[in-house]
Design a protein around this ligand. Structure first.
Ligand code: NAL
Length: 326
């Protein structure tokens, strides 16, 4: 797979495609980052961007994982001490999941975001940005509570971090796109360079095929799930035999194969007794999706295979969590 393909596979959008092509022409040593508000347990939302980081490392890039402790504090995720403790656990789970240790730099936001120069730059950005603009950038991240001043500062700090971490590429879920657009607009006003961004899709809720899967709503899958939990959750997942022709509803089982399983395994084997046609082996997501649609692959068999693959991906992080807690 060439570097451009590694940078853009399973990506919902590249901003801009031309800038990402330029980066892919010489990826060695270039720096990409993802920021995460620390939380104790990684879930599939975190792992979707982590899969992209693994792709970027395969293309030769360095990865910066920002443990965004100050951002989590601004977004009211707990006391500063609680947030710091969960960040350490998060780092251990990312390494267990498969980020390359020698190509990954973990940085706490508080290591640089409380410095004088950063603070003055932040105030500069506050002067350059209307409240309306900052609020719109934050809308998808913040949830439903009333906006506080902290929620306006948040996207401005995220903008500055792209400069301060000396990055060549910003990576995030599609929910980060408005912040990245703000960054592209505002960084030049402070005479800093514009950086390209790539956005991963938001995976549908497991049970309905609507909305997003996250830790807060619907059923999600996380590093805390046992093998039995995974089987149960995957078995109860919405899995229409054909993809919704109107396109409003996603098939979360297929999405999990596409975004979580195929990127991490060279081939996927669906084990079936001989009397049901014997094993099926897939090297590409599209072939599995086509077989599900044609009826060659039964949803129950697809689900069994999916649960086993997710179990294999999650097992090292589950073990890490167990050790951290014992
Ligand atoms: C992502 C987050 C917070 C700060 C960042 C700074 C630089 C780059 C990415 C960052 C977390 C993200 C979220 N906003 O919603 O999880």
């Amino acid at each position: 797979m060439d570097a451009y393909e590694l940078l853009t596979r399973n990506v919902e959008e590249a901003v801009t495609d031309e800038e990402v092509r330029d980066l892919a022409a010489e990826p060695e040593g270039k720096r990409a980052y993802v920021g995460y508000e620390p939380s104790g347990v990684l879930h599939l939302g975190h792992l979707l961007t982590a899969n992209k980081l693994i792709d970027l490392q395969e293309a030769g890039m360095e990865v910066v994982v920002l443990l965004a402790d100050v951002h989590a504090y601004l977004n009211e995720k707990g006391s500063f001490e609680e947030i710091r403790a969960t960040a350490e656990q998060m780092k251990a789970q990312f390494l267990a999941y498969g980020l390359e240790e020698d190509q990954t730099e973990f940085v706490y936001g508080s290591e640089f975001q409380l410095e004088e120069e950063y603070t003055l730059d932040l105030h500069h950005l506050e002067r350059e940005t209307t409240m309306n603009r900052a609020q719109r950038a934050m809308a998808e991240i913040q949830g439903d509570e009333t906006a506080k001043v902290s929620h306006l500062v948040y996207p401005l700090m995220q903008t500055l971090d792209i400069e301060y971490l000396d990055l060549d590429l910003a990576v995030g879920g599609l929910d980060q796109r408005k912040v990245h657009m703000l960054a592209r607009e505002k960084l030049p006003e402070l005479e800093y360079d514009v950086r390209p961004a790539i956005h991963t899709p938001i995976v549908a809720d497991l049970t309905s095929g609507e909305g997003k899967m996250s830790s807060s709503e619907g059923i999600t899958i996380s590093m805390e799930d046992s093998t039995e939990d995974l089987e149960e959750k995957v078995n109860s997942a919405f899995c229409p035999p054909t993809r919704d022709p109107e396109g409003d509803l996603e098939n979360p089982v297929l999405e999990l194969f596409e975004y979580h399983v195929f990127p991490r395994f060279d081939e996927v084997v669906v084990e079936r007794p001989e009397k049901y046609g014997g094993d099926l082996t897939y090297e590409a997501y599209e072939d599995l999706a086509a077989d599900l649609e044609s009826g060659e692959l039964h949803p129950a068999d697809a689900k069994g295979t999916l649960a086993a693959a997710l179990d294999e991906l999650i097992a090292p992080g589950r073990e890490t969590l167990r050790e951290l807690r014992s």
